[in-house]
Design a protein around this ligand. Structure first.
Ligand SMILES: Cc1cc2nc3c(=O)[nH]c(=O)nc-3n(C[C@H](O)[C@H](O)[C@H](O)COP(=O)(O)OP(=O)(O)OC[C@H]3O[C@@H](n4cnc5c(N)ncnc54)[C@H](O)[C@@H]3O)c2cc1C
Ligand SMILES: NC(=O)c1ccc[n+]([C@@H]2O[C@H](COP(=O)([O-])OP(=O)(O)OC[C@H]3O[C@@H](n4cnc5c(N)ncnc54)[C@H](OP(=O)(O)O)[C@@H]3O)[C@@H](O)[C@H]2O)c1
Length: 506
């Protein structure tokens, strides 16, 4: 291995395919690729990814079981209309892994720390030449080398594979932490600061000890923040209790768990009928015209949903009514469901909302851009995760730069491969109304591609189509933070089925 002098020679494993990560996406990929006996490298000692590592004791699915289900493995109680708890979800994922016997492929406590091309770049050319690899993905020779760090050894172990499937997830592992000017950051704060990922590691007792009787500030107004502030309010009941402050930068539409709302939502946003009303990438001029004519209907539907939510939730009372439409949040995969007691706790004074577009620390708490201050003993950053940074830490250049399209989004064909990076796939990188189905379908597509059951178009065509899709999302999705196919996922699935030569969805 002249090109990698200094590092030990890689182990040529019996497996041709490596999968990195054993969350929903990793086990879905392993199921579809099981006839290749893949090796799954999983950094932790469990399967289930975020459901184990960054869910609270109170975390539930934000939808019913049917919307978080593998097509090939229905939930046993799939008609139960309640939202399952994290324990039920982990049980379901474990049953799937056992049923399809994928646990045997997993190497736990094995963190991938680096990927590199197995051969010098004169033989594996990134870019236009990658089309040759996509025609015959398993060439009988290693394309990627993977450095793995295990818990019980300080030495890295290198493995060589023909194909790598990256399933390390958009969330978890790498917290997104705000940056502050000098002397306004955590260093001057006398209290305790933690991110939600640290909070998730606490058991019930430690969590309520942290919050009970303390002045707590939760930064963020999305699902992690909303659930946390409710846990905080519950730990602060009674005379000794302190109100929890929630820092809201951008109010988004939030939804109550209401049967009628769910029904309207599935009819108007996730059905074939709803997809007919909306624009989608690569559509004909005729469809663009139809969508233009139908735009008043879309605005009416959005208004209807907004009116329903405003009827059910006191958003105006707490100055939390978003400035943008419901439609804009849905097309950007930005909406969160609220626990039943969220506004009840606010009404009791246990949750206080603070609107602020900027904030920083002072020694006894945090200060806002309207020159007000709030005292705090504990500040919890529910500020989300940096999935792109996590990915970039293991990818080599130039792949690292190639995957990032302006606005921080990955340019992936079918949401799965970068046309110019050979023999590498990404599963779990599109957000949709049903993330489990999305990962399962992309894994099926990938398995058929690897098995040469269909041929991809040329690299140029794939790049062009991917860029058109990204441009479409940038234009139509107001909060363009990650690829969101929620309003055209059925059409997306149809295209994938058609490309891989399977029957279209019913
Ligand atoms: C708290 C929370 C709740 C959510 N709730 C919902 C919901 O209700 N509905 C919904 O549709 N979606 C929800 N999501 C989105 C969720 O991310 C997806 O539904 C799905 O679980 C993602 O699975 P994944 O396998 O792609 O990623 P992950 O679950 O993140 O799994 C990635 C795995 O890769 C491993 N890994 C990471 N880096 C490495 C490395 N370098 N080497 C080896 N292993 C590595 C991790 O340990 C992890 O096990 C939620 C996300 C979070 C954070
Ligand atoms: N099923 C469940 O119950 C559940 C539970 C938790 C999480 N999740 C999922 O997990 C994913 C991550 O959710 P998340 O809530 O952790 O993260 P997120 O969706 O990325 O939200 C981050 C929040 O922090 C705010 N924020 C970021 N930086 C800030 C700053 N400097 N100052 C003030 N506010 C700041 C954001 O405001 P802006 O909007 O202004 O950027 C946003 O409100 C989502 O897909 C979510 O649906 C699901």
């Amino acid at each position: 291995m002249a090109d990698h002098c200094g590092s030990p020679s890689p182990v040529i494993s019996n497996s041709k395919i490596a999968i990195i990560g054993a969350g929903v996406s990793g086990i879905a990929a392993a199921k579809q690729l099981c006839h290749h006996n893949p090796i799954i490298f999983e950094a932790s000692e469990w399967i289930g990814g975020v459901w184990k590592s960054c869910a609270y004791n109170s975390t539930k699915l934000q939808s019913t079981r049917k919307n978080y289900e593998f097509a090939e493995f229905p939930w046993p109680n799939r008609d139960d209309p309640s939202f399952p708890s994290k324990v039920e979800i982990l049980d379901y994922l474990e049953s799937y892994a056992r049923h399809f016997d994928v646990l045997k492929f997993i190497k736990f406590n094995s963190k991938v720390v680096e990927l590199r091309l197995a051969r010098p770049s004169e033989t594996i050319e990134l870019g236009g030449n990658a089309g040759h690899y996509w025609n015959r993905p398993l060439l009988g020779q290693p394309v990627w080398e993977i450095a793995v760090q295990t818990k019980d050894s300080n030495n890295l172990k290198w493995y060589a594979f023909e194909f790598v499937v990256i399933c390390i997830g958009l969330f978890g592992d790498m917290p997104k932490v705000p940056e502050f000017p000098n002397n306004k950051g955590p260093e001057i704060f006398k209290g305790k600061i933690l991110h939600t990922i640290d909070y998730c590691k606490l058991n019930n007792e430690a969590a309520s000890q942290l919050l009970e009787g303390k002045k707590v500030v939760v930064v963020g107004y999305k699902k992690s923040a909303i659930d946390l502030v409710v846990e905080c309010a519950q730990a602060n009941q009674g005379a000794e209790g302190q109100p929890c402050t929630m820092v809201v930068r951008t109010p988004h539409w939030i939804a109550p768990n209401h049967r009628l709302l769910r029904l309207l939502f599935s009819l108007f946003y996730t059905s074939r009928f709803s997809e007919f009303l909306r624009e989608r990438p690569n559509q004909t001029i005729f469809r663009t015209l139809i969508c233009y004519i139908l735009s008043p209907l879309r605005r009416g539907i959005s208004k209807l949903m907004e009116s329903f939510i405003l009827w059910k939730l006191p958003l105006k009372k707490y100055r939390l009514k978003p400035d943008h439409t419901f439609e804009e949040d849905i097309t950007s995969c930005q909406m969160a469901t609220v626990p039943e007691n969220f506004f009840a706790e606010a009404d009791r004074g246990n949750i206080v909302f603070k609107r602020a577009s900027d904030w920083w620390f002072w020694e006894d708490g945090i200060e806002f851009d309207d020159n007000t201050k709030t005292k705090a003993d504990v500040v919890v950053l529910a500020t989300g995760y940096n999935g792109m940074k996590k990915l970039k830490t293991i990818l080599p250049e130039p792949c690292r730069s190639m995957i990032e399209y302006p606005y921080g989004i990955m340019a992936l064909y079918r949401g799965t491969i970068h046309p110019s990076i050979p023999n590498m796939a990404f599963v779990g990188y599109v957000d949709s109304a049903s993330n489990v189905r999305a990962s399962e379908l992309r894994s099926k597509w990938l398995a058929r591609l690897i098995d040469e059951k269909f041929k991809l178009p040329s690299v140029e065509i794939m790049v062009e189509q991917t860029l058109t899709e990204m441009e479409f999302m940038r234009r139509t999705i107001r909060f363009y933070k990650r690829p969101c196919i929620a309003t055209f996922s059925i059409n997306h699935a149809d295209e994938i089925y058609e490309e891989m030569g399977c029957e279209l969805l019913a």
